[in-house]
Design a binder for this molecule. Structure first.
Ligand SMILES: Nc1ncnc2c1ncn2[C@@H]1O[C@H](COP(=O)(O)OP(=O)(O)OP(=O)(O)O)[C@@H](O)[C@H]1O
Ligand SMILES: [Mg+2]
Length: 426
């Protein structure tokens, strides 16, 4: 049988290498995910005895990422007759042998599951860690530890990590890019290497080069992002019970936008910790359209909105929501940030807009290269919504009413993975 594989040349070394670790750093849209999916489908079909485990920080995100990419690759390659894709449980089986399983490493139970996951036939030989900067070094060690034991014939173990290089301080840089190791293939790609990239994407990236040079460095050039200067580092992305009853209080925060994102967040407070429960993070939607999409958002929960747009607040009020404008005062942005910095912030993995923004929201730089105390006013829509949501709790604290518990001690421990949508810093 002959299979026609259309792929980007830049990834050729990743196809031929036998290195245990293949670290695929690249800009947004460089073709990493498509290439990994194509590669694994061909590998499973042509090499007997292989089983693939796909890992992401949060297991629920596989359905819309790795699983989808793999299913699309099967279709693209015209190999549907050789693969069975099932959603419940999430699994892809090759009719000639070999399967693809999916796991997370979000919490202890997910890690335990990962430690015990086995393929129906033979060993797990391959691991694809998608958006690998989401993972901590400890998460990675657990996965690496899984691949042991002798394998038949020419088989060998291999772990591929695909990611955008969000921060030069990330453990992945040190582990795979800063040391010369014959077990590692350190790979680099950009959207310019992707022959399947459309012109509009090139134009968007060119725009970004001008409006957001630091973001362009990472997402356009695929170069390591700056290590320092993040406004909020005291957050953790993790699953938690989002039942409003589990919190001391809930507020919605909304920053209006059309070309920029319109960010609507549900934020809870419990024992002084802040929880981002859910988001509606949308671009190019009118207020009416957003209201229609907010069907499952409670009309009783106070919704604190950007006071600069009273007409839009009025529309939400007319739709029955408890919308009101945030109180702004000199220094309110800085005050809100300081208040948030003194707390622990937990973000539900479903809130991708918040995770994306908080992971790259930096202080502006002074001409001498030092950081000012002004945050960068780019990609900060969810950050504004977060400040609005907590503004009344912050106000209660400012009036020194003992209404809210004092913040818990700050996170201790190490700084870990960092990346756009997907960061965990503890
Ligand atoms: N082999 C391929 N065949 C067909 N289309 C492809 C292929 N490789 C890449 N593309 C196209 O390029 C787009 C970007 O590729 P992909 O999503 O894999 O990039 P990425 O590097 O994973 O980006 P990100 O860092 O944002 O996750 C895809 O949506 C797809 O349209
Ligand atoms: Mg990708």
């Amino acid at each position: 049988m002959e299979i026609t594989v259309k792929r980007n040349r830049v990834f050729a070394p990743c196809w031929s290498t036998k290195c245990r670790y293949v670290a695929m750093k690249g800009s947004a849209g460089s073709g990493k995910s498509c290439d990994c999916a194509t590669f694994y489908i061909i590998r499973l079909l042509t090499e007997r005895g292989r089983n693939l485990l796909c890992v992401r920080k949060s297991e629920v995100t596989h359905r819309t990422s790795t699983y989808n990419e793999l299913c699309k690759a099967i279709k693209r390659l015209g190999l549907s007759r050789f693969f069975k894709c099932s959603v419940s449980p999430l699994k892809i089986t090759c009719t000639l042998g070999g399967e693809i399983l999916f796991c997370g490493v979000n919490d202890d139970s997910a890690r335990e599951k990962l430690k015990s996951v086995t393929a129906a036939d033979g060993n797990i030989t391959d691991v694809w860690i998608e958006e690998a900067t989401e993972l901590t070094r400890d998460d990675f060690e657990i996965i690496d530890d899984r691949l042991r034991g002798t394998l038949d014939g020419d088989l060998f173990y291999q772990i591929r990590l695909s990611f955008n290089p969000v921060s030069a301080s990330h453990w992945i840089k040190k582990a795979f890019f800063d040391t010369d190791d014959k077990n590692v293939l350190a790979h680099h790609s950009t959207y310019l290497d992707n022959a399947f990239c459309d012109k509009a994407y090139h134009t968007r990236m060119e725009r970004r080069r001008i409006t957001d040079p630091e973001g362009y460095r990472v997402y356009g050039l695929g170069q390591w992002g700056e290590a320092g200067g993040l406004v909020l580092q005291n957050f953790e992305v993790k699953s938690f019970d989002t039942d409003p009853q589990s919190f001391d209080s809930i507020r919605y925060g909304q920053d209006f936008g059309f070309n920029h994102a319109n960010a609507l967040l549900s934020v809870g407070i419990k024992d002084g910790d802040i929880y981002v429960l859910k988001e509606l993070y949308l671009r190019e939607k009118t207020t009416d359209e957003i209201i229609a999409l907010a069907g499952d958002w409670s009309k009783k929960t106070p919704m604190i909105c950007d006071s600069a747009e009273p007409d839009r607040i009025h529309m939400w009020r007319r739709a029955g929501y408890a919308a009101r404008g945030v109180k702004k005062y000199p220094g309110s942005v800085k005050g809100g940030i300081d208040w948030l910095k003194a707390r622990r912030i937990f973000i539900h993995p479903s809130c991708e807009g918040v995770i994306d923004e908080i992971s790259q929201w930096r202080w502006l730089k002074n001409p001498d290269g030092s950081y000012s105390d002004e945050p960068t006013p780019i990609r900060d829509d969810a950050m504004a919504a977060l400040r609005y949501a907590v503004s009344e709790w912050q106000g209660a604290d400012r009036q020194t009413k003992p209404a809210l518990p004092a913040p818990r001690p700050f996170f201790t421990g190490k700084s870990t993975g960092e990346r756009g949508r997907k960061q965990k810093i503890i």
